[in-house]
Design a protein around this ligand. Structure first.
Ligand code: GDG
Length: 743
């Protein structure tokens, strides 16, 4: 096997693809990412998967792919896909939402559908080129579903994901209609990278509040793997920036600009013309500065480069008009015959000019309302090798957390920005030591170092991965050989989805039918928190065993319920209740729930963060209080419960295993921490064939998982059909035929 390769997946291939008649010409169009990956790509085999940037008619796709061979594996998109996936969902929904601009939210179901389909196309393209042992690095919000799609496909590769834009606070994130699927998509990765600690924390918080996944520090535990969260601020290439500045044409450009603005202070803004970049706010601040400081009016110039971006999107056209008007107004008001206060360039300027401008500008004025990082800030610092300048930077840019020598501003505070600008120009000799600190950061944290560090972490995490649960696949596990089988199945959340109303929790036809069929092949027990009467109504006609109230009593198939146990309430009333009451009083939204044998504290409607914190404290306190007593303290999904140890699911599982000592296959399924108590018992029993299956997206001690009750029912149906299949001589999957017995 050759050396493992790196597969980079981003929405765009770093290429310019042009058509002449039926032929295609591809030339490199390296962006920041391609530069960052250059050194990594030199060291190991490397492939890029992405869209080539233009629409390619189906009959010309083969020839276009051939022209792109040296650049990577193209994913072609037709116009409708491009619009829905890219313009609508990615750029008109996720982009504003993740930049805290939720007023612009436009959720369109068909765009979401396109987004999913295109993400599947990207994942399929990766699967075509990937081999076991490769590393796949997926980039940015347009492809958030790809990591999970790859993981679900069973790909044996390290999977990394990097989010180049901010991750918003939960208050904003939760407004996204597809919030669960989007989060789970990213969680398919082994390592998820963010520019700042704040974004990583927002993500972790969203996992708790949207998915209910509690996590420790920087790891989100999922059934089949750990998704690590990493803070990896991207960088630039200072050496290249420096080398570029030495080019004769850049020097010429610099001299001519210097001559042109020699009597003036130069303030520079370089942004894509995007509403997140705070260009109108910057212009207003500059206007306010001129108004407050008349003596500066003819001595300072703001050069604002606003490279056109997403011109097909209405919001961007509106922004262009707004900026045009503001520039016109300010220049009209403060301009003179010989002086124009704002030099506004609504074009992408050549790198030579940009490089010269970085050297020329006394002040870089960068005021995004929200920005993942802001590379311009870093480029400005890197370009000022000889004399420092002043960097005025929005505190809402990721770069603000790395560039300690910048003067931070709130871009919504126009007056403050005007004052900071005045101060920067008055005290224009920037402090060398502060600037040097920023240079040091930019030199230590280059784009290449960023890529190398991310990939190193990714490989480490992948190498040290724990043996997590596997997705349950009835065809692959050995369910056929064993003749005597015992099934212990939790009900709510396991066989049937959780619903708010008990009346709606009635088993559906499929569940009843699979239980019925299963019962002819195995001993089946269903455990539920419902009363004996409710269970009888729902499932009493089936030839299966029932366990009521999460372990209070067992009714065997065809038998009757035993007398319900009476318990002495002293311990619950005197030792447990006061503690629970105290917690309920101090935790708004939580409440005490009294069952026949149990006392519980439920925090389903409590703020998840507070609930998790209090639950931890309560659990520890109860364990301590009840030490040595025959009571169990149980943590389930958003509840803590105390009940006699003999009346728990755990003890039911022990008894069932005892009474089915001859069962060769034990299958146990549940969706809750309490159910994991049953898993423990089953796994400890040392039977040859134990299958413990967790239903859900959280960490589990179960060996297998499925994502939903529907998937579990699917798998149970498959098992039934495998058992009922007539034996095939010589086949690996020898059917056992219908063989009930102690079943
Ligand atoms: C996303 C995130 C994150 C701009 N105008 C011209 C020009 N540029 C170059 C700059 C810089 C790049 O474009 C812009 O980078 P930013 O980081 O400022 O912003 P986004 O494009 O929004 O990038 C951002 C980044 O991803 C990386 O993770 O930092 O937060 O939004 O390199 O120099 N280059 C030329 N002419 C121009 O007119 N030649």
């Amino acid at each position: 096997m050759g050396e493992s390769k790196l597969i980079v997946v981003s929405v765009r291939l770093p290429v310019r693809l042009e058509r002449t008649g039926e032929a295609w010409q591809a030339s490199p169009s390296p962006g920041g990412l391609a530069t960052a990956l250059r050194s990594v790509a030199r060291k190991r085999p490397f492939t890029w998967v992405g869209w080539p940037g233009v629409s390619v008619p189906v009959h010309l796709q083969d020839s276009a792919a051939a022209a792109l061979t040296d650049f990577g594996r193209p994913v072609f998109l037709v116009q409708k896909e491009f619009q829905g996936f890219y313009e609508q969902f990615s750029n008109r929904l996720i982009w504003p939402l993740f930049h805290n601009i939720s007023g612009r939210l436009k959720f369109d179901r068909s765009a979401w559908y396109r987004y999913r389909v295109v993400n599947e196309r990207f994942a399929d393209a990766v699967l075509e080129v990937a081999e076991p042992g490769d590393t796949v690095w997926v980039h940015d919000y347009q492809l958030a579903l790809v990591p999970r799609l790859l993981r679900k496909s069973g790909l044996e590769c390290a999977i990394g994901f990097f989010l180049h834009i901010p991750f918003p606070s939960h208050e904003i994130y939760r407004t996204l209609p597809a919030r669960e699927e989007f989060l789970l998509g990213m969680l398919g990765a082994d390592l998820i990278g963010f520019h700042t600690y704040e974004f990583a924390q927002h993500f972790r918080n969203a996992c708790l509040r949207v998915l209910g996944i509690e996590s420790e520090r920087e790891v989100i535990a999922l059934p089949d793997h750990l998704a690590h969260l990493g803070v990896h601020p991207i960088g630039v290439d200072p050496q290249e920036i420096h080398a570029f500045a030495q080019l004769p044409e850049v020097k010429d450009e610099f001299e001519s600009l210097r001559a042109r603005f020699r009597t003036k202070k130069v303030i520079l803004g370089v942004d894509r013309l995007d509403y997140t970049k705070g260009i109108p706010e910057k212009l207003l601040a500059f206007e306010e500065f001129l108004r407050r400081n008349p003596h500066w009016q003819t001595k300072v110039v703001l050069i604002q480069i606003a490279a056109p971006s997403r011109t097909g999107v209405q919001e961007y056209r509106d922004l262009k008009r707004e900026v045009d008007e503001l520039v016109g107004r300010i220049n009209g008001r403060y301009g003179t015959f010989n002086h124009t206060p704002i030099v506004y360039i609504n074009q992408t300027i050549p790198r030579t000019r940009l490089s010269a401008l970085y050297r020329l500008a006394d002040v870089a004025f960068l005021t995004p309302l929200r920005d993942g990082m802001n590379l311009v800030a870093m480029e400005y610092v890197a370009a000022r090798t000889d004399n420092p300048g002043t960097l005025i930077l929005s505190e809402f840019a990721g770069a603000a957390s790395c560039l300690a020598g910048a003067r931070l501003v709130n871009p919504h505070n126009i007056g403050l920005m005007a004052d900071v600008l005045a101060d920067a120009l008055h005290n224009s000799s920037a402090v060398e030591s502060e600037f040097q600190g920023m240079r040091d950061f930019v030199h230590a944290n280059t784009s290449e170092a960023w890529a190398q560090r991310f990939l190193k972490r990714l490989d480490e995490f992948h190498d040290n991965r724990r043996a997590g649960a596997k997705r349950l696949d009835a065809v692959c596990i050995n369910v056929v050989e064993p003749q005597r089988r015992l099934f212990i199945l939790d009900y709510g959340g396991t066989l049937q989805p959780h619903v708010p109303q008990v009346s709606e929790a009635v088993p559906d036809r499929r569940v009843r039918s699979v239980l019925h069929e299963l019962a002819s092949l195995a001993s089946v027990y269903v455990i539920s928190r419902r009363s004996a009467a409710v269970l009888d109504r729902w499932l009493g006609d089936l030839p299966i065993g029932l366990v009521c109230e999460d372990g209070v009593a067992i009714k065997h198939a065809g038998g009757d319920w035993p007398a319900m146990p009476e318990i002495d309430p002293t311990v619950l009333d005197t030792m447990v209740k006061p503690v629970l009451e105290d917690f309920a009083e101090h935790t708004p939204g939580s409440k005490l729930v009294r069952g026949r044998v149990a006392l519980g504290w439920h925090y389903r409607t409590v703020d998840p963060k507070l609930g998790a914190l209090r639950a931890k404290g309560l659990y520890a306190q109860l364990e301590d209080t009840l030490k040595g007593l025959p009571y169990a303290v149980l943590r389930s999904n958003r509840a803590i419960e105390v009940r006699p140890a003999r009346l728990t699911k755990h003890s039911v599982a022990e008894r069932l295993l005892e009474s089915h000592a001859d069962a060769e296959l034990v299958f146990c399924a549940g969706n809750d921490r309490v159910d994991e108590g049953m898993f423990e018992v089953a796994l400890r029993s040392e039977r040859d064939n134990v299958i413990t299956c967790f239903v859900g997206d959280k960490d589990t001690i179960g060996q297998y998982f499925v994502e939903s009750p529907a998937e579990l029912v699917d798998q149970l149906e498959t098992m039934v059909s495998l058992w009922l299949e007539p034996p095939v001589i010589g086949s690996e999957l020898r059917g056992s035929g219908a063989a009930p017995a102690a079943k």
